[in-house]
Design a protein around this ligand. Structure first.
Ligand code: MN
Length: 353
C-alpha cells in the first residue's frame, strides 16, 4: 500500500504542472528588486529550466541601489534583467515573485498582464482573484525560503551562488523586529548552508559604501524626531530609494523607540518606510492608516513600505504634506505629543559642526 503522503503533490509539482501548458515563462520581481525577490526569482527560474526545459526570463523594474544588493549582483551574477516595460504573448506564463497582483509596484499589473501564478510572503488583503497557482505564506520570513523549498522538493541541488543568494535573502528579511524564522526558514537555511559560500556572504554584507551614503545618514539622523516611542524622519536628501528603508532599520534599533516612519522624495515621489518593534503594533497597518487617500503601501507586521506619487520636484517636501503625514502617523501610533524631541540635540549638532 502506498502511504497517503506519497500521493500528495507538492506546491512545486503543481506549479510545474500549470506551466506545462505554456511555451515560455516570465518571472516578474517587484520594482527595485531586493535580495529576496532576486533569489526567489532565480530559484524558480532554475527549477523551471531544470524540470521543464522551457525558456525563462527573470525581470523587474527600477534599479538596484543598496550597496550590499549591488555587491550581491556583482558577486553572484543572478540572471536578472532590469527593464522598463514588458510585452507578452498568450503562450507566455507570467509568475510574480515576492509581490502580489493587488500591488502596483511590479511591471505585470502596471502593464495589464494577468499572471498565472504568485509566490509571495507579504500581507495582502486584495481579493483572491482566480489564479491558476498561488502560494502565499505570510509566516515565511522570505519568499526565497518558499522557492528553496521547491528546489528541495524537486531534488535540485542549488549551485553555490544561488544557495548563497537565497541565504542572503533570508538574512535581509530577518532584520529589525522581523527576526522570526518559521520552521521552513530554519530548515532551508540548514539545507542551503552545505551549498553556499560563507565568504561570499560575508563579502556581500560588508559591501563598500559610497561617500554619499554617509551624508544621507548623518543628515537623516539630524532630522530625526522622537515623540514618546514613535520616531519620525523626513530625510533631507536620499541618494537612492533604499536609504529610506535603511534609515528606518537603523532607527528601529534605538532603545525606547518602538515605531519608526522615514520618508524621502525620490524622483518626484515620496517613499516611506515604517518599522515596529514586537509588541508595538503592525507596521503595515500603521502605514496604511497614515497613507489612506494619499498613496499605497504594503509589507509585513514589522516592516512596511509605501509611496505617495508625484509630490513635486526637488528633495524638499511641502510644509502641508509634512504636517499631514506627521499628524496622521502620530495619530495612528496613539501618540498625543505634538512636539518631538530631536534624536540628537540641536546644540550638540551645532557645536560639533
Ligand atoms: Mn520578501
Amino acid at each position: 500500500m502506498v502511504a497517503a503522503t506519497d500521493l500528495q503533490t507538492t506546491p512545486s509539482d503543481r506549479l510545474l504542472e500549470v506551466l506545462e501548458d505554456y511555451e515560455r515563462v516570465l518571472v516578474v520581481m517587484h520594482d527595485n528588486p531586493d535580495p529576496d525577490a532576486i533569489a526567489t526569482g532565480w530559484a524558480i527560474s532554475c527549477m523551471i529550466e531544470e524540470r521543464l526545459g522551457k525558456p525563462v526570463r527573470l525581470i523587474g523594474g527600477g534599479a538596484i541601489v543598496r550597496a550590499e544588493n549591488k555587491h550581491m549582483v556583482e558577486l553572484l551574477s543572478p540572471p536578472i534583467e532590469l527593464v522598463t516595460d514588458i510585452d507578452v504573448v498568450n503562450t507566455t506564463a507570467t509568475i510574480l515573485v515576492d509581490c502580489d497582483i493587488g500591488t502596483t509596484n511590479q511591471l505585470a499589473t502596471r502593464s495589464g498582464i494577468v499572471p498565472i501564478g504568485v509566490i509571495d510572503h507579504h500581507l495582502n488583503d486584495s481579493d483572491p482573484c482566480e489564479l491558476r497557482f498561488k502560494d502565499v505564506r505570510t509566516d515565511a520570513a522570505a519568499s526565497a525560503s518558499i522557492a528553496a523549498g521547491y528546489l528541495r522538493e524537486q531534488k535540485i541541488e542549488p549551485g553555490m551562488k544561488l544557495a548563497t543568494a537565497i541565504l542572503y535573502a533570508i538574512r535581509t528579511e530577518t532584520c529589525g523586529a522581523e527576526t522570526e524564522h518559521s520552521p521552513l526558514d530554519r530548515s532551508v537555511v540548514k539545507w542551503l548552508t552545505a551549498f553556499a559560500d560563507p565568504e561570499l556572504l560575508a563579502e556581500i554584507e560588508n559591501a563598500p559604501l559610497e561617500r554619499a551614503y554617509f551624508g544621507d545618514v548623518v543628515l537623516a539622523i539630524q532630522r530625526t524626531f522622537v515623540y514618546d516611542d514613535a520616531a519620525l524622519c523626513f530625510l533631507p536628501r536620499a541618494s537612492g530609494a533604499e536609504i529610506v528603508g535603511e534609515m528606518a532599520d537603523l532607527l528601529a534599533r534605538c532603545r525606547g523607540v518602538g515605531r519608526v516612519l522615514c520618508a524621502a522624495i525620490i524622483d518626484g515621489d515620496l517613499l516611506l518606510s515604517a518599522r515596529t518593534e514586537r509588541g508595538s503594533g503592525n507596521a503595515a497597518e500603521l502605514l496604511q492608516a497614515t497613507l489612506v487617500g494619499l498613496g499605497g503601501c504594503g509589507g509585513h507586521a514589522h516592516r512596511a513600505g509605501g509611496k505617495i506619487p508625484h509630490v513635486g520636484q526637488g528633495q524638499k517636501i511641502s510644509e502641508d504634506l509634512h504636517e499631514e503625514i506627521r499628524s496622521r502617523w502620530l495619530k495612528a501610533c496613539h501618540v498625543d505629543r505634538k512636539r518631538g524631541t530631536r534624536l540628537v540635540a540641536r546644540h550638540e549638532i551645532v557645536e560639533n559642526l
